[in-house]
Design a protein around this ligand. Structure first.
Ligand code: FAD
Length: 366
């Protein structure tokens, strides 16, 4: 099988590369081992006709105008600002922690300055910051750490906050103002007809051929490509020669409620301290769909299963670096996306990385 470009994986990384090279006249073969395009952003109508995200809630947000412009060629958008509540001792509080959270939780009526002083009073100063526990205690002190962060982290990662790199908790902001939006990016919107429809448009090009249910392992010696773009797991590409790169997995339990218009007040409710699941997302908040029933998903963290989150510890980074050395030496093959780069990437970051790589290679072919 001859092609200019072989793209392994039809998620954001693979779809952007495929579209860019096809638009520059190259023949592109896209393979994916799943039965659909879209990678983890894949959405579909469930049996009741509600648009759901099979692999958990995906909310698009970006500060990169070129990413927004690029994707806007393939979709209209519906403005959506995600809001999350956290269930603590039977009450729902806004997260990220902000002025409203503090006032509601401790029955106070502080203004911004008062909340800043509150944090200053309760924080436990930590230097140096060596792990995620140090970050949280340093920012908000022990009570908020134990109510909102510690148990959620243990469920999500199977590790204590103190065992995780500072980057994990560092991603979660703490605000002194009353902004209760989960993200603060300039552009926050959902593809109006869903992600899958957007991917269909990206890949709808006469130079692109798509083969689903096709694992790279089974075709790697059969495809004759000038360049390969691989967005699958890096350790699998090298036959796990240094051992497995650890991932945290999730199982998703979807449920539909007929004749119930709304299940919960916002898109996502976190359950840091109760139940085995970490959070529940109700899709109609995200998509704006009208329907007499509603559909939700519960997320249960797992040790085994599909790879979702690279586990961010220093040992795992060292293992990744061993694989990366092999990847850098592989001529004609480029490793891109969250699995091949073993890092947590938001969707817009993957799009930006794929646009950058394709523009470098297309303007400067080797
Ligand atoms: P993927 O989407 O995973 O695509 C990789 C593709 O490669 C897959 O389709 C896979 O089947 C295929 N593949 C793997 N191995 C092989 C093989 N051997 N042969 C053939 N095909 C193969 N980001 C946000 O910006 N906002 C969010 O709200 C958000 N929510 C998330 C929620 C969850 C639960 C998770 C896990 C992630 C979330 N993300 C979110 C991150 C988002 O999923 C990623 O940024 C995005 O999916 C990365 O795209 P990708 O192309 O790198 O990987």
């Amino acid at each position: 099988m001859k092609t200019d470009i072989l793209v392994v994986g039809a998620g954001f990384a693979g779809a952007v590369i495929a579209e860019r090279f096809a638009s520059h006249g190259k023949s592109v073969l896209v393979i994916d081992k799943r039965s659909h395009i879209g990678g983890n952003a894949f959405d579909e109508l469930d049996s009741a006709g509600v648009l759901v995200h099979r692999y958990g809630p995906h909310i698009f947000h970006t500060n990169a105008p070129h990413v927004e412009e690029y994707l806007s060629q393939f979709t209209e958008w519906r403005r959506y600002e995600h809001r999350v509540l956290s269930s603590v001792e039977g009450n729902l509080y806004p997260v990220p922690i902000n002025l409203q959270t503090i006032n509601q939780l401790y029955s106070l009526s502080l203004d911004e300055e008062g909340v800043a002083a509150f944090f200053e009073n309760v924080r436990e100063k930590r230097t140096p910051i060596r792990n995620s526990e140090d970050i949280v205690l340093n920012n908000v002190g022990r009570d908020l750490c134990d109510k909102f962060f510690r148990n959620y982290t243990r469920k999500q990662w199977g590790l204590d906050l103190s065992e995780l790199s500072p980057a994990v908790a560092g991603r979660i902001p703490v605000r002194t103002n009353s902004d209760d939006r989960y993200f603060t990016d300039n552009f926050q919107s959902m593809p109006a007809e869903g992600y899958t429809r957007m991917f269909e448009r990206m890949l709808d090009h006469p130079n692109i051929r798509i083969e689903l249910n096709t694992d790279f392992r089974n075709v790697r010696n059969k495809v004759d490509a000038t360049q390969t773009f691989y967005s699958g797991p890096l350790d699998a590409y090298f036959d796990f020669c240094f051992g497995k790169l650890p991932y945290r997995s999730l199982s998703f339990r979807h449920e539909h409620f007929a004749q119930k218009e709304q299940y919960q007040p916002v898109g996502t409710v976190n359950y840091p301290n109760d139940y085995e699941y970490t959070r529940i997302t109700e899709f109609k908040h995200l998509t704006g769909q009208s329907h007499s029933g509603t559909s939700i998903v519960r997320e249960f963290p797992e040790t085994t299963g599909d790879p979702y989150y690279p586990v961010p510890t220093s040992e795992n980074q060292a293992l990744y670096q061993s694989y990366k050395k092999l990847a850098d030496a592989e001529s004609g093959t480029f490793f891109i996306g969250r699995l091949a780069e073993y890092r947590y990437y938001n969707m817009d970051q993957v799009v930006a990385a794929a646009l950058l790589l394709s523009s470098k290679l297309l303007n400067n072919p080797r």
